[in-house]
Write a protein that binds this ligand. Structure first.
Ligand code: SF4
Length: 860
């Protein structure tokens, strides 16, 4: 069994993986020690990728409506509908909505088909929701979308500012690198974030800004550096264009406590080797581009860029958001960092031969994601092809997007999963290869291109996304331009095309790889285009200078109907819409339900207590969540996750709530500062169900499901009577009920006597421990008395919430070890193993240790 070197499926860190196939659909995953992005480390998501490679829930055959079709029928249908649509309504009636989950080769051919041959700019990507504002900020400041830093700079920096980044959860391997730099070099860490996240808790300084307070803060910081004489006049004179009146426009209230601001300013002043890492918290904003430029302004003005340990560093959310940016997958770019000027269009048309084969090169930018779905909604777009993404869940105002999908005459979805919220609107579903079967390249946040390699052969009738696109292009009559024999051939054409970027003064250059052989592609080692400091020899602008951009703080209009500010984001162990991570029992332990995090005073104002249910309401809609009361939230602000879907429940659909407001330059929607209010929800009963099957509850006020070993755990709440028959499988049934206490318990055993399902319901009391009940699934060990009591006759010690998912270590285990004297993360690791594998739980362990220390200091 030979290890295969590939790349993680999830975030933009782009960790290398060494995968050893151990069975038909099983694989052992470890970090690739030789990959420069992670040097062998993986976080919890990467570590448990092996739990997601089974064929459960996969789409394995083309489907037209609910009927299985063969590829010829399905592709013929898609090409026919697209041709009809173009003929009757023009090329702009057709759109592709693609994804940072696609490989660069997939992206390249999709972009080529739409912009070069269909003749519309209407291809946009879910990266629009992720980092389009950083792209726009780079373009404004540098003249090209170029990230000027590398991960090595994190090791060399003396000060790291994290802006809008819960790095410990969302980019855990970068977090581990930061932790190491702090331990070894004493690097200072500042976290600028409205929330006191696990990342913020570990920082030397947490700056709890107001939502969208970043521009005001960075303007004030720059003014302060100027006042302290720290602006680098020489660098500005030689390398930066500063607009007139720039310095006078920096004033204004930053809204941060003066003492905290002074500490921040002192740290920034004292540490010229400074990296500012900014992420979705900054980008997902109606002022996201200005935020990016406010950060870049500070670095340009102080000359903290283009050398070791210094620079503004945007990190991407998705594994291949960068690859999409490079080939031109955003609607406002033509291809390979080129725009739509006459000469750029002429060069691209000649390269693609679209002028001879199809005189259709698009004339200008297409619609960005939010506008694209508006155009679907109002009927301008009549054919939509969604690839590898789930906009019915992930777009803001997702209810509106669902209406748009329902109205669209033709929706095609290429996906790996048979049942997704978006797939439910599809007229045609095309089965794509999943992560473990795909072959191609991805680019990570530091511009490093790595190979993703297939671990398994294609199951069922699945095909590579690039192949599906080429097949449709051929049926449209453009086969000659899409006759790629392999993914390597697509990569070669893309690499060759970057010569045009160089011709137009851009930095993007992969021409050294344009003649790569099949073997060279197969054995390609990770490489970083542009080297460590791609802008060090001048900026790709007409005069070679970067641009400072005057930016002003946005104003937010208060709405008395919706007095709270809503922020949405990720959980540590889940990914996007949970179609993969939701399959992992291990990853599902960290957060089994979607939580509404609220400050104690906001919760108390609504009579909410910990663990109760609340409805979160915005002008766009509402959704029910489990309440988590925490001082990590500022008063007046609430947080919910973005992961939950119709497939995983009717509760917690966070993305129905933000509105359609976008950044005017980048078109990126604002997910972090929406108007909302909370209302208590008081169901007549609460219940949970553990079951080996996967029922679809109907008519309930609230339900969610989470994967557990051997089955599913459902949380349920409702009014009136529960329809237990609809939830439970057939089998031998045992039931206990106490109508005075409002309690009902049902256990169902299969023919072998093993537990197939158990339902526990209460109208006023407590429910049993979920972990014990879930652990009984498929076993015949628990007695009828134990099952109906909801606990073993000899109870095991309560281990509390699982903190370390790799080793199954609970909160109580860690607290007990701490009370026995293990007061560092390392000694906890020795005592319990917690935190010794992927390390994603180390911030949570630190938090627990802090709580123990605080308790010990309190007077008895
Ligand atoms: Fe994958 Fe985690 Fe690495 Fe991101 S940090 S690429 S999710 S292993």
């Amino acid at each position: 069994m030979k290890a295969i070197r590939t790349t993680c499926a999830y975030c933009g860190v782009g960790c290398g993986i060494s995968a050893t196939v151990t069975g038909a659909r099983s694989v052992k995953i470890v970090g690739d020690k030789d990959h420069p992005a992670n040097f062998g480390k993986l976080c919890s998501k990467g570590t448990h990728l092996g739990e997601t490679v089974g064929l459960e829930g996969r789409l394995l055959h083309p489907m037209i409506g609910e009927k299985q079709a063969n590829w010829d029928e399905a592709l013929g249908h898609v090409a026919g509908k697209m041709r009809e649509c173009i003929a009757e309504h023009g090329p702009d009636s057709v759109a592709f909505y693609v994804s940072g989950q696609l490989l660069t080769e997939d992206y390249y051919v999709a972009n080529k088909l739409m912009k070069g041959f269909v003749g519309s700019g209407n291809i946009d990507t879910n990266s629009r929701l992720c980092m389009a504002s950083a792209v726009a900020a780079h373009n404004r400041a540098f003249g090209e979308d170029v990230v000027p830093c590398s991960y090595d700079d994190l090791d060399a920096a003396d000060l790291i500012l994290l802006v809008g980044s819960n790095t410990a959860w969302c980019h855990p391997v970068i977090w581990q690198r930061i932790e190491k730099a702090r331990e070894q070099r004493g690097t200072k860490l500042v976290v600028i974030d409205p929330r006191r996240t696990e990342t913020a808790e570990q920082a030397d300084l947490h700056v709890p800004i107001a939502p969208d307070g970043d521009v005001a803060l960075f303007n004030a910081l720059l003014a302060e550096m100027q006042a302290r004489g720290l602006v680098d006049g020489g660098y500005l004179a030689n390398h930066v264009d500063v607009p007139e009146g720039f310095w006078a426009g920096l004033g204004g209230d930053h809204g941060v406590d003066q003492a905290i601001f002074a500490q921040l300013a002192d740290l920034v002043a004292a540490h010229p080797r400074m990296i500012t890492l900014f992420s979705q918290g900054a980008n997902q904003s109606t002022s996201g581009t200005d935020k990016g430029n406010a950060v870049i302004n500070l670095h340009l003005a102080t000359g903290r860029i283009n050398h070791s340990g210094a620079g503004p560093f945007s990190i991407t959310g998705q594994p291949n958001a960068m690859g999409g940016r490079e080939v031109g997958g955003l609607a406002n770019m033509l291809a390979c960092h080129l725009g739509f000027s006459e000469s750029e269009r002429a060069d691209v048309a000649a390269f693609w031969h679209s002028s001879d084969l199809a005189p259709n090169l698009c004339s200008g930018p297409g619609l960005k994601a939010v506008d694209m779905f508006r155009a679907v909604h109002d009927g301008q777009i009549k054919f939509l092809w969604v690839m590898a993404t789930n906009p019915a869940v992930s777009m803001p105002d997702a209810g509106f997007v669902r209406e748009a999908l329902a109205r669209c005459p033709t929706v095609v979805v290429s996906d790996v999963m048979a049942d997704t919220d978006t797939g439910r609107f599809a007229h045609v579903r095309l089965p794509a290869l999943a992560w473990a079967e795909k072959d191609g390249t991805v680019t990570n946040s530091e511009r490093r291109i790595s190979r993703q390699r297939a671990l398994f052969s294609a199951p069922g009738e699945t095909r590579a996304d690039w192949q599906i696109v080429c097949d449709v292009a051929a049926l449209m009559g453009w086969g000659e331009a899409f006759a790629f024999p392999s993914a390597a051939a697509v990569f070669r054409e893309y690499a060759a095309m970057t010569a045009l970027a160089g011709k137009h003064g851009k930095v993007l250059d992969l021409t050294d790889w344009a003649d790569l052989s099949e073997h060279g592609y197969e054995t390609l080692e990770p490489f970083q285009w542009g080297g460590e400091y791609p802008l060090a020899n001048g900026y790709p602008t007409p005069d070679g200078k970067a641009r400072m951009i005057a930016v002003t703080a946005p104003q937010v209009q208060a709405d008395p109907q919706f007095p709270l500010r809503l922020n949405t984001g990720r959980y540590r162990d889940q990914w996007h819409t949970m179609t993969r991570t939701g399959l992992s029992p291990t990853l599902s332990q960290h957060r089994r339900e979607p939580l509404l995090e609220a400050h104690p005073e906001d919760a108390a104002a609504q009579g909410l207590v910990e663990g109760s249910l609340a409805r979160l309401v915005s002008p766009q809609g509402s959704a029910i969540f489990r309440v988590n009361i925490t001082t990590a939230q500022r008063r007046g602000e609430v947080f919910v996750p973005m992961h939950w879907t119709d497939v995983m429940g009717n509760g917690g659909r966070g993305n129905r709530l933000p509105g359609q407001g976008t950044d005017p330059i980048s078109g990126q929607p604002g997910f972090k500062n929406s108007a909302a209010r909370i209302e208590p929800v008081k169901p007549e009963w609460r219940a949970f169900l553990v079951t080996r099957e996967m029922p679809e509850p109907e008519g309930l006020l609230y339900w969610t499901r989470a994967r557990v070993a051997g089955g599913w755990l459902y949380e349920l709440a409702g009014d009136g009577l529960i329809d237990a028959e609809a939830l439970l499988p057939a089998g031998d049934r045992m039931e206990a009920a106490d109508h005075t206490l409002g309690m009902r318990r049902i256990a169902v055993r299969d023919g072998s006597g093993d537990l197939a399902a158990a339902l526990f319901l209460t109208r006023s009391g407590h429910l049993p421990k979920r972990e014990w009940a879930a652990a009984q699934l498929g076993l015949g060990e628990a007695s009828a008395a134990e099952l109906l009591a909801g606990r073993p006759s000899t109870p095991a010690p309560d281990r509390g919430a699982i903190i370390c998912v790799c080793h199954g270590v609970g909160e109580q285990d860690i607290t007990a070890a701490a009370c026995d004297g293990a007061l560092t993360v390392e000694t906890i690791g020795k005592a319990t193993c917690a935190g010794t594998n992927c390390g994603s739980c180390r911030p949570a362990i630190t938090r627990l240790l802090e709580a123990v220390r605080t308790r010990e200091k309190e007077p008895a």
